[in-house]
Design a protein around this ligand. Structure first.
Ligand code: VG1
Ligand code: CO
Length: 543
């Protein structure tokens, strides 16, 4: 057994997107593809010699094979130790926690998150740093540069490691520590939340349903919600991770989690419903008969986090991604704490969290999290909601209504146009960019444009600048349209149109979202000519 050096040539298209590199699984399985990318990561972080790294993934097709390759390449690079979840499974937040708790130098997370899994679907890989968070743009840029001039990679020749048993193994001089993927994470949750109060709530007749969507959160939710908190045995459904996620999209929204939606909208619905995505970092929250938009969820959590022991001292600040509704800003303003607006993607929250500027972060795409790890965290959001419900002894619906009557309501929706030919999607964005200066003052669908720009983020901590993060158009009545192209898709381009309309506390709080957003939707069409550019007369997915 020895280290071999394999000659290779750069492979096109290895540019990390919003959250790591995502490609069709078959592309990842092509000769050298995974190896080139892993070596580029290793090179971009200054090698792995003597380092300790975490490894795990969401269990999708190729997860097991890719894990063996990554182990062999880290062994070849001289890594001291790899901490691996049993069967190479780790949810994204659990991986982030392990990196922090074990003071590792970083970690590899194998996931394409909400993208479908399987031989004909998607696979992905991302690298997180020593703070437990996604590599910042400076690092992903270096990785990409390396993918373009790579000439060789190094890999250890050896047998597959049996990852199915907790314990230790060695590969060359590298130690491999195979750990229970759930244990440390569950302990962390027990430290943050009042498990006693949640247990009391669940034994008082309060019912819940958690849909793990055949993805990685199943074992976590079963252990925490059922075993430790006493939820009924059938509360967690679709709890076994499957390589193809049962053929579904593990994306927790009303479209892809329709089964759960139907259950929660029925007369005999449970009191609380939730779902998580492929890698366990996102969440959908429902009450009986009510869907909580992720933007509202962030605002409610920010306003109520002090009910949980881990946040009893209050929050230092709140950050949200730019397209996320501004509901959380209103909470921060009233509480007199800082609020920040970052580009889409969790990597932009890392600096703010590390510097202690913010405690809570969130995205409209159902990612919410805090400074307990450096990733968004689906089950964490579910537990914080349960803790708040236990403390306030009110229904989800009552809590939302109280929130709106205190802060006003930010009606919100996201329209996705998927697999649009890239040239057409780019043309739409380019055209908007060219129009930005002329938009202010114009009237569309009865709304007057107040400001329009192409969002550039100036990181207040390291002063880096990230340009072209989405087109923002705001109107004089407080409404807003944001348009950007997705950075996680693997086919053509996905246009995301984010629509928001604000009603103050004494305004109309009981409209349907469709009714409230009608003028904003019309204005978006008028300004961006979406139909013409996408050849669609309606979005593919509305959340
Ligand atoms: C999407 C979401 C973004 C999220 C990202 C990764 O990105 O919009 O909010 O951070 O997915 O989440 P994009 O570029 O497609 O809009 V996950 O759970 O897929 O790691
Ligand atoms: Co995810």
């Amino acid at each position: 057994m020895s280290v071999i050096t394999v000659q290779t040539t750069p492979i096109e298209g290895q540019k990390p997107g919003t959250s790591g590199l995502r490609k069709k699984t078959r592309i990842f399985m092509q000769p050298h593809f995974l190896e080139n990318f892993v070596q580029s990561i290793i090179d971009a972080i200054g090698g792995v010699q003597g380092k300790t790294l975490v490894l795990g993934g969401d269990g999708r097709y190729f997860n097991d094979r890719a894990a063996q390759v990554i182990l062999r390449m880290c062994a070849a690079g001289g890594a001291a130790k790899m901490i691996v979840g049993r069967n190479a499974l780790l949810s994204t937040p659990a991986a982030s926690n392990l990196i922090r708790k074990r003071a590792a130098d970083g970690g590899f997370i194998m996931s394409a998150s909400h993208n479908p899994g399987g031989e004909n679907e998607d696979f992905g890989l991302k690298f997180n740093g020593a703070n437990g968070g996604p590599a910042p743009e400076s690092v992903t840029d270096r990785i990409f540069v390396r993918t373009q001039d790579i000439t060789e990679y190094r890999i250890f020749e050896g047998q597959d490691i049996d990852l199915s048993r907790i314990g230790t193994a060695t590969l060359g001089g590298m130690e491999i520590d195979i750990v229970d993927p759930v244990a440390d994470y569950a302990t962390l949750m027990e430290q943050l939340f009042d498990f006693g109060a949640i247990r009391d709530l669940l034994s008082s007749g309060f019912t819940l349903r958690f849909d793990a969507m055949h993805a990685v959160t199943g074992p976590y939710a079963t252990e925490i919600l059922q075993n430790r908190l006493g939820a009924a045995r059938d509360s967690v459904v679709n709890a076994t991770p499957l390589p193809d996620f049962g053929g579904g999209h593990p994306d927790p929204n009303p479209v892809w989690a329709k089964d759960l939606m139907d259950v929660m909208m029925a007369k005999d619905a449970p009191d609380f419903g939730a779902a998580s995505d492929g890698d366990g970092d996102r969440n959908m929250i429902l009450g009986r008969g009510i869907y909580v938009t992720p933007s509202d969820s962030l605002a409610v959590l920010a306003a109520n986090a002090h009910h949980a022991p881990g946040y009893a001292a209050g929050l230092s600040g709140v950050a949200r991604s730019m397209p996320t509704s501004r509901a959380a800003d209103l909470v921060a303003k009233k509480a007199g704490i800082g609020s920040y607006e970052t580009p889409t993607g969790w990597k932009f929250f890392g600096n703010l969290l590390d510097a202690g500027r913010v405690t809570l972060c969130g995205e409209e795409s159902a990612g919410t999290g805090s400074d307990h790890v450096r990733e968004k965290d689906g089950l964490w959001a579910v537990l914080l909601w349960l803790n708040i419900l236990a403390a306030r002894k009110q229904s989800v619906q009552q809590i939302l209504q109280d929130h709106w009557s205190e802060y006003g309501r930010n009606y919100y929706s996201r329209h996705d146009y998927e697999a649009v030919p890239s040239d057409k999607a780019n043309a739409l964005i380019e055209r908007l960019r060219a129009m930005l200066n002329d938009l202010p003052g114009q009237e569309c669908a009865g709304l007057t444009v107040e400001a329009a720009d192409d969002f550039a983020y100036h990181d207040p901590i390291d002063e880096s600048v990230s340009k072209h993060q989405g087109i923002r158009i705001s109107f004089t009545d407080g409404s807003r349209i944001v348009m950007r192209l997705s950075g996680t898709g693997t086919e053509g381009a996905t246009l995301r149109v984010y629509l928001e309309r604000y009603q103050p506390a004494d305004g109309r709080l009981d409209m349907s979202v469709d009714e409230a957003l009608l003028p904003v939707i019309q204005a978006a069409e008028e300004i961006a000519q979406i139909r013409q550019h996408t050849d669609r007369d309606k979005p593919d997915v509305t959340t």
